[in-house]
Design a protein around this ligand. Structure first.
Ligand SMILES: Cc1cc2nc3c(=O)[nH]c(=O)nc-3n(C[C@H](O)[C@H](O)[C@H](O)COP(=O)(O)OP(=O)(O)OC[C@H]3O[C@@H](n4cnc5c(N)ncnc54)[C@H](O)[C@@H]3O)c2cc1C
Length: 357
């Protein structure tokens, strides 16, 4: 890697810290703040050249890198403000579920394809003599979406019909079936559930470790490089044709000859807006953060669950609207949602994981 001097036009650009403060600060990025000389970045950044630069080392960024490494001969650099799993991926519950998605909705095909790719990965590990449970935390637990009001039961029965029509195995369980399969649940006689036997779960941290390990295997041939604790600050355009050609980070200028991919999760929208100051050329990315919490009860053996469990109210959180000018679906403003919903799973180490959304 060669050190290159920082062009004078970049010297006083705003320097933002890694997530999550990035999100807050980026709101005022169009105005370049004054910085004293001692606050300025070093004047030389390391230059590094690649075919593709991926910004964000969550499950999405690492998987994009993986796909490129496995299915092409392109070289890939991945850059993160912190380290893998420091974003939503590290907080995820690991459901690989169709039960809360609706056939025909904006995310349905994406969900199906995504689930299929996880299944292929698990099958591939098995074929290689590895245990997908050990490596990915992979379990085909099946999923239960539970309703407790008459409206919810009507909705769940209709969903069984829609799932079956879409070719998925789905069953409606009355409260007695539900209680005989999941005796630890306290649900009234008026409850019922949709059961999807083919829904699965992973352990996100294990899955990321595995993906990253495979990616790193390409480092020796010079096709994979990681730049962590190194936030992307802005995109740089070619002086020749005006096209985006590099990502400036706090330590580097990373050139991506073929593509630069922004996979910064909930920060993608603000990052896109802040990376290219005053440029109308890049599309608005309507990605918004949404709150979710996980409570992990380690070695909690007082409750045994045989499947992944979710309250029917969660389905309401999945309702999406499509902005007219965009093909990207946007999750509804969480403040307009009427309730919170809970989910529960036993992870691959036997911990009880409760999700609150
Ligand atoms: C509590 C909870 C439970 C969930 N449960 C599930 C579930 O069961 N099933 C499911 O499918 N999904 C679940 N999700 C959602 C899932 O976790 C996310 O959709 C997924 O992890 C998003 O991955 P990502 O790679 O897009 O984003 P992230 O994992 O957030 O990765 C984005 C990365 O970008 C980096 N970044 C940000 N800004 C910059 C910058 N300027 N420069 C460089 N890097 C930057 C961040 O540091 C981060 O590492 C859950 C989410 C939460 C919070």
């Amino acid at each position: 890697m060669e050190a290159i001097p920082l062009p004078s036009r970049l010297r006083f650009s705003s320097l933002r810290s890694p997530t999550p403060s990035l999100l807050r600060r980026s709101l005022s990025l169009n105005a370049t703040p004054f910085r004293s000389r001692s606050q300025c970045r070093p004047l030389a950044l390391q230059r590094s050249d690649h075919d593709v630069v991926v910004v964000g080392a969550g499950i999405i960024g690492l998987t994009i890198a993986r796909q490129l490494l496995l299915s092409s001969d392109l070289s890939v650099a991945i850059v993160d403000a912190a380290i893998p799993c420091s974003g939503a991926t590290g907080a995820g519950q690991g459901y690989v579920w169709m039960a809360h998605k609706t056939p025909g909705s904006a995310v349905w095909e994406l969900g199906l394809r995504s689930k299929q790719m996880w299944e292929e990965m698990a099958d591939g590990l098995e074929r290689d003599g590895e245990d997908p449970l050990d490596i990915l935390g992979w379990k085909r637990t099946g999923s239960l979406v539970i309703g407790t009001t008459s409206d919810e039961l009507v909705m769940l029965k209709e969903r069984v019909r829609l799932f079956s029509q879409a070719g998925l195995r789905a069953e409606y369980w009355s409260s007695s079936s539900l209680l005989s399969e999941e005796p630890a649940l306290e649900v009234g006689k008026e409850s019922g559930a949709v059961f999807l036997p083919d829904d699965c779960q992973i352990d996100a941290a294990r899955a990321v470790d595995f993906i990253q390990k495979v990616n790193k295997g390409f480092a020796t041939e010079g096709r994979y490089t990681e730049f962590f604790n190194n936030p992307a600050i802005r995109l740089l355009r070619s002086e020749r044709n005006g096209e985006v050609e590099a990502v400036e980070t706090s330590h580097n200028i990373l050139y991506g000859e073929k593509a630069i991919v922004i996979a910064a999760g909930a920060w993608s929208g603000t990052l896109m807006r802040s990376l290219v100051v005053n440029s109308p050329a890049l599309p608005d990315v309507p990605v918004k953060p949404r709150k979710g919490h996980l409570l992990v009860l380690e070695n909690f053996n007082k409750i045994q669950l045989n499947h992944g469990v979710m309250e029917a109210g969660y389905i309401g959180h999945q309702v999406t609207k499509i902005p007219k000018a965009s093909l990207v679906s946007e999750t509804i403003d969480e403040h307009s949602l009427p309730s919170i919903s809970m989910t529960a799973t036993l992870d691959s180490m036997g911990n009880l994981v409760l999700g609150i959304f």
